[in-house]
Design a protein around this ligand. Structure first.
Ligand SMILES: Cc1ncc(COP(=O)(O)O)c(C=O)c1O
Length: 484
């Protein structure tokens, strides 16, 4: 019997893997590789246990599991043997593998389009100045959040843990609706709110629901790559529409849009505010084309002077504006909560699409967030970080002007989390971003936000997530690269 196992079973008693798992795994491996061929007789559990020096129950459990999975079978007169059927099947599979007919690991056309857009992220590392889009994670009131999350988790009703409430827990939708009405001038009922795992998930949901191959979608140029990704996944034709001082220019000769994507509160990446007159022109244009407007209101709460301008959605009694928001900026990206506000006529079908695509959020997180807003913590947090961000914007923009003023022109938006440093048009911003990165400074090239040929060169620099000292240190590193 010893022969059956020599070179096949080799148990390591110092391993954290249990003897059962080792024995099961090694026998399975030996059968799959045909080192234990069909009809090989398996010794009795008593004999095997003795030879291997393990408990009989360990052997019995491994043999029973292999038999249950079909690797071993009982054969009249021979006891337990390696299944002939499995062996034959394996040989066939091995032959097939030798023929080289493997999946070619290529992507579908939609997969190619989606994977073709690569967006930098900190990838599990602490973001470095001046990676844009990062809020001050340290300012997040973790103790309050932990208390609320614990409380809400303890209170969860069984029905809250089953399937249901696809579009979001009613309490969060109600609280968020009241918050959006007051803070953003949104005109909607709680049933029109759809809770998702991010603004990106909401954009993907709306793009899938409303746009198909061949449809035209107008995108701001320069604009947000996440929107480009969401709409390009549908096979739509992406139409870059220039942005001026007032945001997207909603006229000019171009393909009639099915949807128009805009960031009117802080145009991304230029940070510009779309004034009322331009908003009305945009709605008129959308009306003429019968188009939807997708309003991405990702960081409008960060307004340093006065109150933020109300959202476009509130100007739209016709219900053509689909509003997208997120807690990634106002709280933190790791929370994974965003939302859409959709016209009543679309809430049912979009909720069904949401269920079928799985853009859902943990109920405990939703309820903790509802309490966080209801108890005033969100407002307090926004007040707190707005003051921090305003100071950081000053430190960065003044530092940039002081050190590199003869080379770059800083555009200082009225709020937000990042600013643009314009470069001379003959400079290659992408090359500069690469060099800065080698020196430990993370920025984004303005040209990377253009779908067509870039009209301007510049750097997008985030300030919100970095303390003044870190900003100063980043500026010092930049001095080593940008000799002016
Ligand atoms: C314009 C814009 N929309 C949406 C988002 C992201 O939101 P989320 O993290 O919820 O997908 C960002 C983040 O950088 C953004 O810049």
């Amino acid at each position: 019997m010893q022969d059956v196992f020599s070179g096949i079973v080799d148990l390591d008693r110092s391993s954290p893997v249990s003897l059962y798992s080792q024995l099961y795994g090694q026998l399975r491996e030996a059968i799959l590789s045909a080192r234990l061929p069909a009809d090989t007789r398996v010794p009795s559990s008593r004999v095997m246990a003795g030879q291997l020096g393990v408990a009989r129950n360990t052997v019995l459990a491994a043999v029973e599991q292999l038999a249950a999975e079909g690797y071993l079978e009982a054969k009249q007169g021979s006891g337990t043997v390696v299944s002939a059927q499995i062996s034959a099947g394996l040989t066939k599979a091995a032959r097939k593998r030798a023929s080289g007919k493997r999946p070619d690991y290529t992507l579908s056309a939609a997969g190619e389009r989606l994977a073709g857009i690569s967006r930098t992220s900190a990838g599990g590392e602490t973001p470095k100045p001046f990676l844009p889009g990062i809020p001050d994670i340290g300012a997040f009131p973790t103790a309050i959040w932990a208390r609320l999350l614990r409380r809400e988790t303890q209170r969860l009703q069984p029905k809250a843990l089953a399937y249901g409430w696809t579009a979001g827990h009613p309490r969060l939708r109600e609280v968020l609706c009241a918050h959006l009405r007051e803070m953003r001038g949104i005109q909607a009922e709680p049933e029109q709110i759809i809770i998702t795992s991010s603004a990106q998930a909401a954009l993907d949901l709306l793009a899938r629901a409303l746009v198909g191959p061949g449809d035209s979608v107008w995108l701001e140029e320069p604009g947000y790559l996440g929107a480009r990704a969401a709409f390009s996944g549908t096979g739509a034709q992406l139409v870059p529409v220039p942005v001026d001082e007032q945001g997207l220019i909603p006229y000019g000769k171009r393909a009639n849009p099915r949807a128009i994507y805009v960031t009117p509160s802080h145009q991304y990446p230029t940070g510009r505010l779309m004034p009322l007159a331009r908003r009305l022109e945009l709605l008129d244009a959308a009306d003429r084309f019968g188009a939807y407007v997708v309003e991405d209101d990702y960081d409008s709460e960060f307004q340093f002077q006065g109150r933020p301008v109300a959202a476009l959605q509130g100007l739209d009694p016709e219900g053509r504006v689909l509003y997208v928001g997120t807690f990634s900026k106002i709280l933190q990206p790791g929370l994974r909560v965003g939302y859409a506000v959709v016209p009543s006529a679309l809430k049912e079908p979009i909720t069904r699409i949401q269920r079928n695509t799985g853009h859902l959020v943990s109920v405990a997180i939703q309820l903790a967030l509802a309490s966080f807003i209801e108890e005033g913590h969100l407002r307090a947090h926004v007040r707190n970080v707005c003051a921090l961000y305003e100071e950081r914007q000053s430190v960065l923009s003044e530092g940039l002007s002081a050190h590199f003023g003869n080379l770059i022109r800083v555009e200082r938006p009225a709020g937000g989390m990042q600013l643009i440093a314009r470069l001379p048009d003959d400079m290659d911003d992408a090359a500069l971003v690469r060099t800065l990165c080698e020196s430990g400074v993370q920025t984004r090239a303005l040209s990377s936000f253009y779908l067509g040929k870039a009209k301007n060169q510049g750097l997008l620099l985030g300030f919100a997530g970095y303390a003044p000292e870190a900003i100063e240190a980043g500026l010092d590193l930049m001095k080593g690269v940008l000799h002016t």
